[in-house]
Design a protein around this ligand. Structure first.
Ligand code: 4AD
Ligand code: MG
Length: 432
């Protein structure tokens, strides 16, 4: 007997195979039983007939419920009407586990709160399955891109004594008798130490923001990838980001056609994501928004709605460059042409998705950095180690960070970020 998976059965047409998984649905005519089978790799229908199955197995089959775990064997047949292209002509059946009650998620429409309460089960549904598979491709594409471009994976700490992106959004915990520690908002500052050893480095891990934002773009726990490189300046920093995002989209288009179809994603929109991306300065973005009726001020940050409007104008990602220094973090290097602005950029994803990456060249001069910290009310003492990076062999350097869930939401075409992560943490949700 060949033991295989739903994804692989095409290699065994005409042969008898065994599959282990779950019955996600079924129907019966009394004489013929149609079992909708899934096993994590894919889905396939197994068709059993009463006359060909031993009676105890036929009874077991008729006793299953939705999401019972099962082992099925049968002969693989090509079946053009089936989405998988194949079907199993059932030979034997075994129930591994049948729940004593009906599965909570039915075929009827459920509201988002109910589904989020059932997240541990909701993950089994086809759409959620597809999202996690795309997420996995995006993670792998990211590692591949950096490994192929001379970056070393560098693990930055999650428990930290200070903030990276401002103190208002920190989760704090009591750290023995040493006072408060904070959950990391971004590994960037530590990564800057890493590149002074390794040249180029990236991290990838969960970060935490106690942001009181209840939007479709915000989680309180999300996965960030930070990348940093020595001797890289603002322009090259953006070119690296462009290369990364093109690689991610290319890999998803190559490896996840079926998933994108399940998600009803407009693939043509993703195929347009090619270099060169759109570039505009913050000043140009503001002017364009005003033309479109916005009352945004000259030195205002772009809000979520502004990003939505802008990104609907182009079919590729946009780099908005040179934001006012006042709306960005203390470590960003100022633009020598205009010291009110920084040598940084946000990358906004098209189709209304908005910011997916934030990055900049970093201030590398000791005295200037010290001044910026004072201007931003950043306490100097706990950051002595960070200042040391400008004391000993300082170099021009740049980096950026992406929010994995923002990218997954965009690539999958999802309305809300909560479906992009297995167990979302929102300001009003920490369960299951
Ligand atoms: O723009 P941010 O705040 O940049 C940084 O943290 C830098 N230290 C990164 C760096 O230069 N190494 O965050 C980076 C990205 C954003 O562009 C966005 O995609 C995502 O993280 N992000 C969030 N994603 C989900 N929920 C939130 N609350 C997020 N806040 C930021
Ligand atoms: Mg940002």
């Amino acid at each position: 007997m060949i033991s295989t998976t739903a994804a692989e059965i095409g290699a065994y047409v005409g042969q008898e195979v065994e599959l282990k998984g779950w019955a996600y649905n079924f129907r019966s005519s009394g004489k013929i039983f149609f079992l909708q089978f899934r096993d994590g790799t894919g889905r396939v229908q197994a068709v059993y007939s009463n006359s060909e199955l031993p009676e105890d197995q036929w009874n077991a089959l008729n006793g299953i419920r939705i999401e019972s775990s099962v082992i099925v064997t049968g002969v693989v047949k090509a079946e053009s009407r089936s989405p998988s292209g194949f079907e199993l002509q059932g030979i034997s059946f075994r129930a591994v586990h049948v729940a004593p009650e009906d599965y909570p998620i039915g075929k009827k429409e459920h509201g988002p709160d109910f589904l989020l309460d059932q997240r541990h089960l909701w993950l089994r549904s086809e759409k959620q399955w597809a999202i996690q598979r795309v997420r996995n491709t995006i993670i792998n594409a990211t590692f591949a891109y950096f490994n192929e471009n001379g970056y070393v994976k560098f693990d930055t700490p999650i428990l930290t004594p200070t903030a990276c992106e401002g103190t208002t959004e920190l989760f704090s915990i009591e750290y023995f008798d040493m006072g408060n520690a904070y959950l990391s908002q971004s590994g960037q500052l530590y990564l800057e130490a890493g590149i002074m050893s390794l040249g180029r480095a990236f991290d990838f891990g969960p970060v935490f923001r106690a942001e009181k934002s209840k939007t479709r773009r915000h989680l309180t726990e999300f996965w960030m990838m930070d990348a940093e490189a020595a001797f890289v300046e603002h322009e090259e920093n953006m070119a690296i980001q462009e290369g990364l995002v093109c690689r991610i989209v290319k890999d998803v288009l190559e490896k996840n056609r079926k998933e994108l179809e399940i998600l009803e994603r407009d693939v043509a929109a993703l195929e347009k994501v090619r270099a060169p991306f759109v570039h505009m300065t913050h000043a140009e973005a503001v002017a364009k928004l005003r033309e479109l009726g916005s009352d945004i001020g000259d030195m205002d940050d772009l809000g979520g709605d502004d990003e939505t409007v802008l990104t609907k104008l182009y079919d590729r990602p946009i780099f908005v460059e040179k934001y006012p220094a006042a709306v960005k973090a203390f470590y960003m290097k100022r633009d020598p042409q205009d010291p009110m602005r920084v040598l940084g950029s946000d990358m906004l994803a098209p189709e209304g998705y908005g910011e997916i990456i934030g990055g900049s060249q970093r201030e590398d001069d000791y005295d200037t950095l010290l001044l910026r910290m004072k201007e931003h009310d950043v306490p100097v003492e706990p950051y002595q180690w960070y200042l040391d990076l400008r004391r000993y062999g300082s170099v021009p350097h740049s980096g950026f960070g992406y929010g994995l869930e923002r990218i997954v939401a965009w690539v999958c075409g999802l309305q809300h970020i909560r479906e992009t992560i297995p167990f979302p943490r929102l300001i009003n949700r920490i369960t299951p």
